[in-house]
Ligand binder design. Structure first.
Ligand code: RUB
Length: 364
């Protein structure tokens, strides 16, 4: 993604690997400060995922893969028996950090399954190569999602997105924001309504930052404003990302997605979900089986921001010790979804049949 720092534009990935070190854009500091954060062990990478130094389904999938690569490199001197135990423990620690986005579990289990048998050094090499391959695949699938999805966006379209499913939620480009980026580059005039996305404000902090970097016209709206704009006929299309998609097409995504989908249906607005194959969980029959992450209620009671002296601080917005509830995701039933924008094309209903059919095709 293009990042303008001190007047110079540079290209960054959201995260990358340099030997045993994983580097990432520190998403806890954006949009106020642009900083690169490094982890030197799989334990540190697990903590970066848990604390949301990096977040977004695709990005935590790649971070999980890089974390397993770090663990494999750390255990490279172990005996075969020790290696097998340690790498499994490391996988369990990484996967436990965030339960809803299936990309994390998928990426970690892919790395473990290629390790195979034989001497440790060979297993380490295969794990590291697989982690790098997952990162490259992520990049390629988000480009393809951008290409397919942009064909759905008309010149003059006004779109709504929720949370951040942009380059920062992936290696680059993103899912929901990738078609928007492509449409913009194709010269289409577009405007993006950005849901603020409480409690962590990934929309107002991260999506608005990304769109500003790319020069795409947008405005942040509070979470409860979408219905107002939809009813006035000011939104032509909704595109969101996903954290886990069940075999029947039910979608877990950031809390508040369900409401937007119902409102879109009520107002006759197409509602698309952009996601790669990695986000589909065909072992999950319906959305009822998806585990929803509950996060610390501090996220609801308080908010982080920058004051006028550019100091980053946390302020409480409720009486102290007020009880709060903080489910991080919700499930949107498949019936509200107009289509899935994937790297193998647009998937339409009937979803159970078409998801299984389309996703069995390999990328060429
Ligand atoms: C992120 C979120 C995003 C999806 C889509 O939640 O809900 O919409 O992860 O991401 P969080 P992707 O900020 O809590 O991780 O673009 O990777 O499919």
């Amino acid at each position: 993604m293009k990042v303008r720092i001190d007047g110079v534009t540079r290209d960054f990935r959201t995260l990358w690997r340099e030997g045993k070190t994983v580097k990432m854009i520190n998403q806890r500091k954006l949009p106020h400060k642009f900083e690169i954060y490094s982890t030197n062990s799989y334990i540190e990478t697990a903590e970066a995922i848990r604390s949301m130094t990096l977040r977004g389904a695709g990005a935590i999938g790649v971070a999980g893969a890089y974390g397993i690569a770090q663990a494999a490199l750390e255990f490279a001197e172990s005996s075969v028996e020790e290696f097998e135990v340690k790498i499994r423990d490391a996988a369990a620690i990484l996967v436990k950090t965030r339960p809803t986005a299936v990309n994390l579990a998928n990426a970690v289990s892919r790395c473990l399954s290629v390790a195979g048998k034989g001497i440790v050094a060979e297993r380490v090499k295969r794990i590291v190569n697989e982690a790098d391959a997952i990162a490259e695949e992520d990049l390629e699938s988000s480009r393809r999602i951008g290409d397919y999805g942009s064909q759905l966006i008309q010149d003059g379209s006004r779109l709504l997105t929720h949370c951040n499913a942009g380059a920062l939620a992936f290696i680059d480009y993103g899912t929901a924001l990738s078609p928007i980026r492509f449409a913009h580059v194709q010269g289409k005039e577009i405007f993006v309504f950005v849901d603020e996305t409480r409690p962590r404000c990934q929309g107002s902090k991260l999506t608005s930052w990304e769109l500003k970097q790319e020069g795409i016209q947008h405005a942040v709206i509070v979470d409860n404003a979408a219905g107002y704009f939809m009813r006035k006929g000011e939104i032509d299309m909704v595109i969101v990302g996903a954290d886990r998609i069940a075999a029947n097409g039910d979608v877990a995504n950031k809390i508040g997605t369900y409401e937007k989908a119902v409102l879109a249906r009520e107002n006759g607005i197409p509602f698309y979900v952009a996601a790669p194959r990695m986000t589909f969980d065909l072992e999950c029959s319906t959305g009822d089986e998806i585990v929803i992450e509950e996060r610390d209620t501090e996220e609801v009671l308080s908010i982080w921001g920058e004051d006028e002296n550019q100091a980053i601080l946390k302020v409480y917005i409720t009486p102290r010790d007020t009880p709060a509830l903080n489910p991080s995701f919700d499930v949107t039933p498949a019936k509200y979804i107009t289509g899935f924008i994937t790297e193998v094309g647009i998937i339409k209903s009937p979803y159970r049949e078409n998801i299984a059919k389309k996703l069995s095709r390999r990328l060429v």
